[in-house]
Design a protein around this ligand. Sequence first.
Ligand SMILES: [Ca+2]
Ligand SMILES: [Ca+2]
Ligand SMILES: [Ca+2]
Length: 190
Amino acid sequence: MGNQMRKKLSKEDCKFLEEHTDFKKPHIMDFYKDFMKMNPDGNMNLDDFKDFLYGFYKDKSTNLAEHYFRAADKNKSGTINFTEFLMFLNHECTSNPEERLNWMFDLFDIDGNGTIERPEMINIYKIALDVNEKKSAGDPTPDEIAEKMFECCDKNKDDKLTKEEFITTFMEDPVLFAIFCRNTDETEDK
Ligand SMILES: [Ca+2]
Ligand SMILES: [Ca+2]
Ligand SMILES: [Ca+2]
């Protein structure tokens, strides 16, 4: 097998990840080994990413996989490198609310223009609620959730959410943040 093709994680990348994620160096090295085993050329494509998510969440979140992939591909290269991959894992499990909100903002900003438009939010909620097995008849619809979110977050009422509007609103209102997370999270134990 192409062992010699396997590059080592550079010191700079490792340091960057230690500083920007909750992971410690031994974990980062373990993740790197696994990542390179799955992706010997150091790049994960969308199909590999879907396979990974499938193993991680079972089949529940593969519907959102393309959006996760888009948001994780920070440099818009069409593939996910190890740094992007670990940042994605970190966003998914970090206890730092601001980090999480940053990630969610990118997830909702489908066209990447720096603001969340209402159809983008409705779109993501539609997909998220489709895979939520715990939903019941009286639950709010994606349109209703978006309405509520825009009412709370859109400070200047221009029908667009900037990253600042989005993050400050939720940082100032933990209850709203909890509701927001409950509607987007597909993990069981949140
Ligand atoms: Ca990339
Ligand atoms: Ca947008
Ligand atoms: Ca606004």
